[in-house]
Design a protein. Structure first.
Length: 144
């Protein structure tokens, strides 16, 4: 099974940005965490991060026919991007939405998730562990 893990804008600043909300571990630590989870489950994974909406759309399109599942934290684009929603729908690869923080307990504008409308499941508020839960969900429901 191959899983693509996509992280959106400002997640490359993990460890620096608002540590009270997002924790003190870096993006590199998140990638290591995801790679360790996948290695332990015999899953091939690719981690991709971009601050650019179009690059995320391109990456989702390029995954068509190549990956079995997507884990996506669209970050701020969660709440604005119909383009990412449409890209997820276009490829119809099973996708799980992840947020480090509990977006439902934060500002009102974070309560809407466009990308989430194309996802089979959402984990929010579990920090790095949400990525492990998302990977396990994809393996359980879409693994061979
Ligand atoms: C986030 C939540 C978003 O509202 C925010 O814009 C982010 C990170 C999270 O992981 O908690 O950049 O997706």
């Amino acid at each position: 099974m191959k899983i693509l893990v996509i992280n959106g804008p400002n997640l490359n600043m993990l460890g620096i940005r608002e540590p009270g909300i997002y924790g003190d571990q870096s993006y590199a630590a998140l990638v290591r965490f995801v790679e360790d989870v996948c290695a332990g489950k015999n899953v091939e994974c690719e981690c991709f991060q971009s601050n650019h909406e179009g690059d995320i759309v391109d990456k989702i399109q390029a995954a068509y026919g190549k990956v079995d599942g997507i884990v996506i934290n669209p970050a701020a684009y969660t709440h604005t991007s119909v383009a990412i929603l449409d890209a997820l729908k276009a490829v119809s690869i099973p996708a799980v939405e992840v947020h480090l923080s509990d977006v439902s307990a934060r500002e009102e504008f974070r309560h809407i998730s466009y990308a989430g409308m194309a996802c089979v499941k959402t984990y929010a508020g579990y920090g790095f562990d949400g990525y492990r839960m998302a990977i396990e969900y994809l393996i359980k429901h879409y693994g061979q």
